[in-house]
Design a protein around this ligand. Structure first.
Ligand code: SF4
Length: 500
């Protein structure tokens, strides 16, 4: 199910790029940025021509020379070799009001920054934006800064002390990008190496040279920009990326005993299936969730299918584990607009039904297991069930590859209100009847967590790779001993204590 239809959505993605070696170089940084951001368009609401305009606005915002309505080829050419960072978010003013310099994926930081040292010092804020708070905190002189020269690492550390979670930041200062991930690692951030153009078509060649570096919320866009996945920015890590390479400056620890709290819903459906988190591909984890679901919620049926397209890996996993054939029953109509723009529930429901065509010959007279990745409000799956039944399905059994969502997210994910969540409504007790299905079952929290964590191995080693030098310190190593994921919207257990 699309994020917008579910009512649950990621708010933001960040992307940064820097050219290696002597500047100007032949690396076309603005084009890398544009393509990189294009590959993150699933994170905020970003589809269609309106969003293309947003991309251009973003590029323009960060580089005054790109004035006007479009980023022309000539303007891009003039910017070759420069450092660039950019952010994708729903509302430009809220996402990056302070101009060039900082990009964040941190919609929740405000919750933690409220009442922080910054405000106690009487610094007023003009927006409700996390970016403004982040920028103000970076401008604030920390006690450890003694002379007039800004100590950026000290400032970043000061910021991280004030805001323990939930953000990934790219901070640009002069010709350096600082990539920062909160100590709980709630939001993703990874680094890729740009392959020199001369090596791009030679898949066998393991070039150690880099044309530049990119930092991105996800790695799924790396292939399209000629980058190779290098590594993840670790929880609490402050990484400096310059024309000379990549190095860790420091790693800020969490409160003692606290595990990492990477958002488990990145695996469930925010992220692209081809992205890599914690050393594993998102697709593989979704497939495992489907397998686990088949173990926890078997059903006598004739075939397994998917609500295209995000639930497909889980449906394939369910089919493989249950021994039932995987058959497509729905095809997506690409020419219908997105349902979230419909002004009321009735039109939204019709929109969902119009969005899918039915492959009647594949399931007429058959018992169908339909796998979805989540049911949030419950108002989008019932028209699909009705569509299948009216088209000849004998039975429709819904299997959900994640647990019921019951609680709000204070870490930056937009979730419908508690009252809107189907798991909190009286109808949840008779959900199958309410949705018109023959049965409905969810993956358990334990099943989801074990599917996500079973392949994660935290490595404690000093890494030397090409021109990357990662200098682990004691704190950094301790950070990775406790594996963990945020499951707060499922369990009500938040990674940090909430202070209101
Ligand atoms: S509460 Fe849910 S959506 Fe929010 S960060 Fe935690 S797992 Fe992700």
């Amino acid at each position: 199910m699309d994020m917008e239809e579910s009512g649950m959505r990621e708010e933001c993605g960040v992307f940064g790029c820097i050219a290696s070696g002597e500047w100007p170089t032949q690396l076309d940084v603005p084009h890398v940025i544009t393509a990189g951001l294009g590959g993150l368009q699933h994170r905020p609401i970003t589809k269609g021509p309106k969003e293309a305009a947003k991309l251009i606005k973003l590029v323009t915002l960060l580089q005054p020379r790109c004035s006007g309505q479009e980023v022309s080829q000539a303007a891009m050419w003039r910017l070759r070799g420069l450092v660039y960072i950019c952010v994708l978010a729903d509302v430009m003013q809220s996402s990056c009001p302070c101009g060039r310099g900082a990009a964040d994926n941190c919609s929740a930081a405000c919750e933690y920054l409220d009442g922080c040292e910054l405000l106690r010092h009487g610094i007023g804020l003009y927006t409700s934006s996390d970016s403004e708070m982040i920028t103000q905190l970076l401008a604030y002189t920390p006690p450890q800064e003694r002379d007039n020269t800004p100590d950026w690492v000290a400032r970043i550390k000061n910021l991280m002390k004030e805001a323990p979670t939930a953000y990934s930041l790219l901070i640009m200062h002069r010709d350096v990008i600082y990539a920062v991930r909160d100590p709980y690692g709630n939001r993703p951030l990874c680094i890729g190496r740009l392959i020199p153009a001369s090596d791009m078509n030679d898949k066998e060649k393991k070039s150690s040279e880099s044309a530049g570096w990119v930092v991105s919320s996800e790695s799924g866009n790396f292939l399209s920009i000629g980058a190779r996945y290098s590594h993840e920015v670790k929880p609490g890590e402050i990484v400096e990326i310059s024309r000379h390479g990549v190095r860790t400056l420091d790693t800020i620890p969490r409160s003692e005993g606290d595990p990492v709290a990477f958002c488990i819903f990145e695996y469930v459906y925010f992220a692209r299936p081809d992205s890599i988190f914690e050393g594993q591909m998102v697709y593989t984890v979704r497939y495992r969730c489907g397998q686990q679901l088949a173990i926890e919620a078997p059903v006598e049926a004739d075939l397994v299918s998917t609500v295209p397209e995000s639930a497909t890996p889980a449906a394939l996993g369910y089919a493989a584990k249950s021994g039932l054939p995987y058959v497509e029953v729905l095809c997506k109509n690409r020419y219908v607009g997105r349902t979230f723009i419909q002004p009321n529930m009735r039109l939204r429901q019709l929109g969902v039904a119009k969005k899918f065509g039915v492959l009647t010959d594949n399931f007429k007279g058959k018992r169908v297991v339909l796998v979805d990745d989540s049911i949030v409000r419950g108002n989008t799956i019932s028209p699909i069930i009705r569509l299948l039944k009216e088209s000849g399905a004998k039975e429709v059994h819904i299997r959900v590859a994640s647990p019921p969502i019951k609680y709000p997210c204070f870490m930056g994910i937009n979730i419908p209100t508690k009252e809107e969540l189907i798991a909190n409504k009286p109808e949840f007790d008779r959900l199958a009847e309410y949705l018109g299905a023959n049965s409905v079952m969810y993956l358990s929290v334990e099943g989801l967590v074990s599917s996500v964590q079973q392949d994660i191995k935290f490595k404690k080693q000093k890494v030397q790779r090409h021109d990357i030098t990662i200098q682990e310190n004691g704190n950094g190593l301790e950070c990775f001993e406790k594996t963990g994921h945020c499951t707060a919207c499922l369990t009500g257990q938040y990674p940090v204590e909430l202070e209101w």
